[in-house]
Design a protein. Structure first.
Length: 415
């Protein structure tokens, strides 16, 4: 069968791209290997879908080419997606830090995308396995088929073969394999000569070392606000473009390590062998009262001061671990050192919880081989890559959805 565009993957990016191309009069086939479209959308944002962030800018994204995302993000903004949401009368609210959520359910976003696809005459098929994508040959053309000579590719699937002029790869990354995530998009990119920036788990909880596990894991459930930063290994720092940002959000101690928004954010920048550091009491000089002449200078006084700004269990543990090691240096210099330790709790994680718990995949198709305006391959005309499969990864808080919408709109306008 003959189509103008075949989109591989019916997630956020794939559906958006399909109807954008369809609105241009293109004959579009949208293929999904799962049994329904938009599965990751449905579980996002606690079931309410954090569908964008009004503060989106290129600096909110991690890539080996940090400027690549600017073009697509500038041409399809959060305001553009909000207009689509409002067109479908979906009620939403801003939660924190510019994050927008549905008032009701993520199902509304999936239904909106399905409706747009239907109105654009997109042929959507689920439960279809793509076996291969290859360049079309003269023998593939069906006699009398319209525009048969324009076919560049043949997509071979469990539902038959489809010839098309353009293929858009919206296959996602490796995160959440239980939802059907695979490395298909990367494998296809390699087959057509593309370089893959090594995929790794992003927005993912980190796992304590053995020593730290003994010290902290029984505090699972304790949460408090921190300023988090990833301290890269020398090798990772050499590859990085600019400094890793810092994040002021909540940290959660788990039975295996640390999680919470602050940890998820820095996890995308962390590399094995590197450290993560947390200011446990940002903006507060906790032990300043101990410097007063009339103040007690001992561990009891330190604990009394600390429990006013940290959860009681964390304050008690922090003091006990130090008090067990030494009687304490209660000179002004010794108190200053304690204060410094409090603002730089440093961990060297044994690893992360991996793709099974990761919200996104960092890395992917090398953006230096893509056109930033259209997402088209610079190696193969008519081949496009969008969304998570590309080496562009957003922060936590709706940024990855905005990249999905923006990259999809760019490809949909060109494919």
């Amino acid at each position: 069968m003959q189509y103008d565009v075949v989109v591989l993957g019916a997630g956020a990016a794939g559906m958006m791209c399909a109807f954008e191309a369809g609105k241009r009069g293109r004959r579009v086939l949208l293929l999904e290997h799962g049994e329904r479209v938009g599965r990751k959308i449905l579980i996002s944002g606690g079931g309410r879908c954090n569908f964008t962030n009004v503060r989106t800018k290129a600096e909110n994204f991690l890539s080996e080419n940090p400027h690549f995302a600017k073009s697509a993000l500038a041409r399809f903004t959060p305001r553009d997606f909000i207009a689509l949401v409002e067109k479908h009368r979906i009620k939403y609210h801003e939660k924190t830090l510019g994050q927008l959520f549905c008032d009701d359910s993520a199902k509304q976003i999936v239904a909106m995308l399905e409706r747009e696809c239907a109105e654009a005459s997109v042929d959507t098929r689920c439960g279809v396995t793509v076996r291969s994508v290859r360049r079309a040959q003269a023998s593939d053309a069906s006699p009398g088929a319209p525009d048969a000579s324009q076919a560049r590719f043949v997509v071979e699937t469990s539902a038959g073969n489809f010839a098309c002029a353009s293929v858009v790869v919206a296959a996602g990354g490796l995160s959440i394999p239980a939802m059907g995530a695979t490395g298909f998009g990367y494998d296809l990119a390699r087959e057509f000569g593309h370089t893959i920036v090594e995929p790794r788990a992003g927005l993912v909880p980190l796992v304590f070392s053995v020593a730290d596990r003994e010290h902290w894991c029984d505090l699972a459930g304790v949460a408090f606000e921190v300023v988090a930063r990833a301290q890269a290994t020398v090798e990772a720092a050499a590859k990085a473009r600019g400094k890793a940002p810092v994040f002021r959000e909540a940290l959660l101690v788990t039975h295996r390590g640390v999680s919470g928004p602050a940890v998820l954010q820095v996890s995308s920048y962390w590399r094995p062998g590197g450290e993560v550091s947390f200011d446990m009491v940002p903006g507060v000089e906790v032990f300043q009262p101990l410097l007063a002449r009339a103040s007690g200078r001992d561990w009891s006084s330190a604990y009394a001061a600390l429990r006013t700004v940290l959860p009681t269990r964390m304050a008690e543990r922090w003091v006990r671990l130090r008090a067990n090691e030494n009687p304490g240096d209660w000179t002004n210099a010794g108190i200053a050192r304690l204060e410094s330790e409090l603002h730089a709790w440093t961990l060297r994680p044994d690893g992360s919880e991996g793709f099974a718990k990761a919200e996104v995949t960092v890395g992917g198709v090398d953006t230096r081989e893509l056109d930033a305006r259209t997402m088209e391959s610079q190696r193969v005309a008519g081949l496009y890559f969008i969304g998570e499969v590309v080496d562009v990864t957003g922060w936590l808080g709706g940024y990855n959805f905005q990249w999905a919408w923006a990259s999809a709109a760019a490809a949909g306008a060109a494919a």
